[in-house]
Design a protein around this ligand. Sequence first.
Ligand code: ACM
Length: 548
Amino acid sequence: MAKSALSRVLTAAAASLPLLAAQAAPAAAARATPAAAVPIAQRGPATAPAASPALSDVLPAPVQVSPDAGATFRLGPLTVIRTQPGSPAARAVGDQLARDLRPATGYPLPVLPVAARRVPSISLLLGANDSRLGSEGYRLSVTRSAVTIRANNPAGLFAGSQTLRQLLPVDIDSPAVVRRSWTVPGGSILDYPRFAYRGAMLDEARHFHTPDEIKAYVDEISRFKVNHLHLHLSDDQGWRIQIDSWPKLTAVSGGAGTGVDGEGPGFLTKAQYKDIVAYAAKRYVTIVPEIDMPGHVNAAQVAYPELTCDGVAPPPRTDTEVGYSSLCIGSETTYRFVEDVIRELAAMTPGPYLHIGGDEAHATPEADYVAFQQRVLPLVAEYGKTAYGWNEITKAPASATAVAQYWDTATTNPTVAAAVTRGTKVVMSPANKAYLDMKYDPSTPLGLDWAAYIEVRDAYGWDPATRVTGVGENAILGVEAPLWSETLRSLDDIEFMAFPRLPAIAELGWSPASTHDWASFSARLGAYGPRWTLQGVNFYPSPQINWG
Ligand code: ACM
């Protein structure tokens, strides 16, 4: 992209510099030019300044916020972004922040290793040397002359940068230059996550979403400090990731008509997948690939009939039934297939997790299911990854070293609770709270309703650590908001279901339980709505929220 877009922005910035310089920080202006001497007409078309955020107006809620009403920072045409000398990763976060802030401000915002004294600066510095911050936390301080974000790791600088974006006026999300003053409220923030894993999931199998749509979703979720994107890459209808050793998976089951209702084609080549991984990594989002097995495999069996027990290819399916397909558990061909897929997927995935599905295997007898998982869960570890699966994997003792994704709607599940005592870690995605494909109410035009109607308050109104008996804070790796695509085709559809509920799940994952408060959350969410409008994000304007 960025070359021509960036040069347009820089040209606009240069054209407006003299004018904008006259609006620089009032103290400087008062020294150089009496404020009254700047004719109002030169200020350009006035936009009514939207209310500036308070220091606490951040989604998800920070750990600790200490406002200082006497210290407002003003981002101006001379502001520089300074990043930790010698750290390419800090520099990359600074470059990204500059790209995010240039379109609306029109300012050049150079990214430098040092800043001259008295130049207003935004500093992204490592070496915070504060164990409370962990690997993703940050401290942010705002004075009249500087914004300083300090962290132990670049991931914390990225998290702090997302906070800073929300502390600027809503207009910062305008894709075009807005002439106004750009203030950041004074004070300091201390912030770090409650849980290490905050995830979102996209279903690529039922309807394929393109690399650009996936990247747009990465941009949108990373603003809320969501740090994993789980891609559901295979199901009964389609197979959506290139596997060289079994090429018909995509040649046949990634082809035309393999989406629900005969939509398609679509699959990710390895090059596209790696490009998405790299794009997401720049936004501190780790891609988690899922190949669902031993059920949800009809598309694989259409391409390779030897994956069935009778060797006969089943018909392709584009309906939304579940639970009818199974790999042939007693066949060695099955394990050659599974190992090839795991090996290739592990090789193209730098992140630690490899998700092997395991849900709704109703066509697999229970003993076979356990035997399959006893063999396959350790295989994931052999290829250097942590096995991850839907909560049914806890039926197999080998899940002790795995991560189980809790999608059950019940608040007790003795199998999962027993696995937790053996060491299994849990990601909480209860379908009646965290599934973003559930309708908001009966009138929602998209989505399903088998688990619940989930309005924003329902998505926010639970605690991951008290939801399921025997699955407490220490057992929980984090939370994830899955989005299944039976009814979703476009990015507009994705956004309509994800927003505004995704920030609710993100806050449950990031913010301390002590900050949990519907009145606060709903007010912050309402104030965020105009940002989505400026970004062109198609959010659902829930009547539960007073949109700012
Ligand atoms: C699921 O919703 N079948 C994990």
